[in-house]
Design a protein around this ligand. Sequence first.
Ligand code: G1P
Length: 292
Amino acid sequence: MKIRKVVIPVAGWGTRSLPASKNIPKEMLPIYNKPVVQYVVEEAIRSGIKDVVFITNRDKSAIEDHFDYNHQLEAVLDRANKTELLGAVHAVAEMANIISIRQKKQLGLGHAVLMAKEVVRYDDAFGIMVGDDLIFGEDAGLVQLMKMTAETGLPSIGIMEVPDDKVNRYGIVAGEETSPGVYKVTDMVEKPEIGKAPKGSNLAIVGRYVLTPEIFDYLENATPGHGGEIQLTDALFSLAKDKGMLAVKMKGHRFDAGDWAEYLSANIYFALKDKAIRDGLHSRLTELLKKY
Ligand code: G1P
């Protein structure tokens, strides 16, 4: 089974990131020195996928531009002998093949994924990565699902445990654990109220999916669910009941970039890893932490 493309929905309003995202896409907010979306695309590249399908809208062209050449800027950096920066800027334009599809109405994540139908319908399977979720670690993230689906032929989704008081922020999955960290999905609910998650589960969908094109039949017939939106989770649950689906615990670190505490932690995490600023940042943080 060959998995060649990943769909990254980026057309949402990003209300959780306002007012910062009023005039720039939330996916372009920086985490240390790179925009959020670049980390997501880099994860796709690490998984061996170069074809990236953005589901986008009229206000999000900055995302496509980021993955294109900026000849003028490159010329300026070249003349100034800023070789390292030039390399970094150039590399982003080379990293992926970008296919953009407009979602003309923001009707929900399920509807956004349906927009990719014509581009991926003839593929064996394809990935989906929700741009708010950042996952890091060796062999962590999408690649785990690619292996699982290639092995079993079944669609697979990424999950992680979340505290019980956060189940209302995610799609929650219940299932039978068939091998360590792998569950056969038996129930799924999009953002259940606290205390009402299926079977008391706290296994949350973390925005990584490897699906077969069968999902489009279910999305086409989906009716509005949670929040009046066409929910991917609802279509997935119908598919799971008919054909089976696996939920796989993701390894590695995860940051939810749509949550300010997590977003800021991700910034600090990456900045502390860079020797160039680590010491300075460390002492400033220590000072601040003494005060607050
Ligand atoms: C979406 C999905 C949800 C999933 C989440 C992961 O929600 O609908 O099931 O748990 O991504 O980030 P959103 O964050 O778009 O509200």
